[in-house]
Design a protein around this ligand. Structure first.
Ligand SMILES: C=C(O[C@H]1C=CC=C(C(=O)O)[C@@H]1O)C(=O)O
Length: 400
């Protein structure tokens, strides 16, 4: 096992130019954590929280043994892990927890970034448009029946083969620049060295953050495509805020989150009305929920595990929605619609909903996006909405 301070960690002066195969990234707003290599890792199937606590305790011991050089190797940060939780804890993808060998804080890239210039050799939508729209129709039928199901999220994928391997540092820099208020992330998911598969993206949605007792959650649900004309863009945003269908889609998410957090918090503020959040391409309804933990031993990762999957990516009731999704989606979600983030040894951390993402394997990428279906959803519009969500990654690749 490599010691954390054995080698100096000098990934390069520029924010992401020194990003190497095996490195990890998670950013919130303008500040990022860049992890170099891997000191310890685990792929727990069950009890992710306990496994993380054990991993961090081991890391702390190693850090203590290498005390004088530790501050240099970890940029003064406490031992922390970067992690990825799959959408389905019982599915084939297992949770990934890794304590990087070295850590450093990095800032968002500020130079204008050239488009990567990759071209698409092959593209395949899975499911294809007709099949996706039929699945939305079938979901609407289920919602209309006498069932407890109130919402489910249906997704689709876009598989691409590029003419060259993905320029990961370049794409991450472009994702981060285009999502200055979101969470840009990249974690290795399998393979070794240059052959490493990555799960990457730029999520606008905070699943949960914890700092001491302070907890924040910022669920998003309800979407409209932005418009280049400012007046029209503002009109679209107001129409979204007033849309009963989108308000319902959003309210279901807030209700589920409140039900999880209320028993864990001694105070909890849940605004009665959603606000608006924007990305480069989309408007979303969002509600910032803030609270104070009753028990400070509950870590950011424990909270992420408790909340995941929210109805922003699954549905309500969760078990019914999960079953309906499994019946209607013809693919395995893997890490899409999971959670990605970090947690340190004090239990502080931040986790984003793993959306606006792709799994990359050399020249091959699988992009995924979903849309919340409630009574009143229109299959064609949900297809278009998922297309707009896929553009987060396509824009970063310089593709259309
Ligand atoms: C499931 C996704 O987005 C979620 C987050 C914001 C808005 C959503 C919506 O309006 O459907 C989704 O709940 C995705 O981007 O794949």
């Amino acid at each position: 096992m490599d010691m954390p301070a054995g080698k100096p960690c000098d990934p390069g002066a520029d924010a992401l130019s020194g990003f190497l195969p095996g490195d990890s990234l998670f950013s919130t707003g303008g500040a990022g954590i860049h992890g170099r290599g891997c000191l310890l890792q685990a792929a727990p199937r069950e009890d992710v929280g306990a496994c993380a606590a054990h991993l961090l305790a081991q890391a702390a011991e190693l850090h203590a043994d290498a005390a004088p050089a530790t501050a240099r190797a970890t940029d003064g940060m406490r031992p922390l892990l970067l992690g990825l939780l799959p959408y389905d804890p019982a599915g084939p993808a297992s949770a990934q927890l890794r304590v990087p060998r070295c850590l450093r804080r990095i800032a968002a890239p500020h130079e204008p970034l050239a488009a990567p210039g990759a071209a698409i050799l092959q593209r395949r939508e899975h499911p294809e448009r007709d099949e996706y729209e039929r699945a939305v129709g079938a979901a609407l039928e289920r919602l209309g029946r006498d069932t407890p199901l109130r919402k489910l999220v249906l997704s689709r994928t876009l598989e691409l083969e590029l003419d060259r391997p993905l320029d990961l540092p370049g794409v991450l820099a472009r994702l981060w620049r285009a999502s200055p208020h979101g969470h840009t992330y990249a974690l290795p998911v399998s393979g070794i060295g240059a052959e490493q598969d990555y799960f990457l993206g730029a999520s606008p949605e905070l699943l949960v953050s914890r700092e001491g007792r302070r907890v924040r959650v910022h669920p998003l649900a309800g979407t409209a495509a932005r418009h280049p004309d400012a007046a029209e863009d503002a009109r679209i945003a107001q129409a979204l805020l007033a849309s009963p269908k989108d308000r319902l889609e959003h309210a279901v998410v807030v209700e589920a989150i409140e039900a999880v957090l209320r028993p864990l918090c001694r105070t909890l503020n849940v605004p009665a009305q959603p606000g608006l959040t924007s990305t480069a391409r989309l408007w979303h309804l969002g509600t910032l929920i803030e609270g104070e933990l009753a028990d400070p031993a509950i870590s950011a990762l424990d909270l992420a595990v408790a909340l995941h999957p929210t109805p922003a990516v699954c549905g309500l009731p969760t078990a019914d929605a999960r079953r309906a999704i499994a019946a209607l989606e013809p693919f395995e979600r893997g890490y899409f619609a999971g959670a990605v983030g970090w947690c340190d040894i004090a239990g502080d951390g931040a986790w984003a909903v793993a959306i606006r993402c792709a799994r990359a394997s050399g020249r091959r990428l699988t992009l995924s996006a979903g849309a919340g279906i409630v009574p009143g959803s229109v299959p064609e519009l949900e297809y278009r909405e998922t297309g707009n969500k896929l553009r987060t990654i396509l824009d970063a690749l310089g593709l259309h």
